[in-house]
Design a protein around this ligand. Structure first.
Ligand SMILES: [Zn+2]
Length: 232
């Protein structure tokens, strides 16, 4: 009956449609066209952030504005167990990355770039089941052909959500020594692109950069899915 099983699988595959994780309507891709369009409406006009909020030598690329449909999609991914939403959005970031002239010069300048997602602490990973930044980074690398190394950086301290901290000092203390580079990671990986879902104060990214730097690993750029609308 194997042939029958195969046949029925084929029929099932061709008829099967998953529902869009955001609006629950049938969709032939991960996101339905309507939700896809609503998310794309929150794509920022500038991918490369001109204000260089991290450091003058570390460009920040931010795909979207953390608001509206994009904000809801990130929440649905994290809190309603829909990691596939990040897969769909990662392709958008990768397409934007491939079209950006700045990224071309970056990859020409640094030939051995690795993409490293900001890790979650094990306890949080157990609860959520996945690290959304890692899903973004892996899918981004599939499309851009960059190499991904989610093991280069580890989160060794449980921290509060940065949004729950009240002052700059509290944010910095919260993250102090939050990361480590495992000794098993070889030292020939000198140059990385850090990847995260949301950029807010930049404290997480700065702490990760400092930890990597202490292990002679240079961050050449940071890519995030979204950051809040800037002050005008
Ligand atoms: Zn939808």
């Amino acid at each position: 009956m194997q042939w029958f099983k195969n046949l029925s699988n084929t029929v099932k595959d061709s008829l099967w449609q998953a529902n869009c994780p955001l609006c629950k309507r049938p969709a032939d891709r991960i996101l339905c066209k309507d939700c896809d369009r609503q998310i794309t409406a929150y794509q920022a006009t500038e991918f490369l952030q001109k204000d260089n909020p991290i450091a003058p030598e570390i460009p920040l690329y931010s795909w979207g504005i953390y608001d509206g449909a994009l904000k809801r999609a990130i929440a649905a991914c994290k809190y309603e167990n829909h990691p596939e939403i990040m897969e769909a959005i990662a392709v958008k970031i990768a397409d934007t990355w491939k079209r950006s002239p700045h990224t071309l010069s970056l990859t020409k300048k640094y030939k051995k770039l690795f993409v490293v997602p900001i890790p979650l602490h094990d306890s949080k990973l157990k609860v959520r089941g996945f690290n959304q930044a890692e899903i973004l980074a892996r899918r981004f690398c599939d499309v851009t052909m960059l190499r991904c190394n989610p093991k280069l950086l580890q989160r060794v301290k449980e921290t509060k959500a940065q949004m729950q901290t009240k002052s700059k000092q509290e944010r910095e203390q919260n993250l102090s020594r939050a990361f480590a580079v495992p000794s098993t990671q070889s030292s020939d990986q000198q140059e990385v692109i850090l990847f995260d879902d949301i950029y807010t104060s930049g404290a997480t990214i700065r702490e990760a950069i400092a930890t990597l730097k202490a292990s002679n690993i240079a961050v050449r750029s940071v890519v995030v899915l979204a950051r809040p609308q800037f002050d005008r």
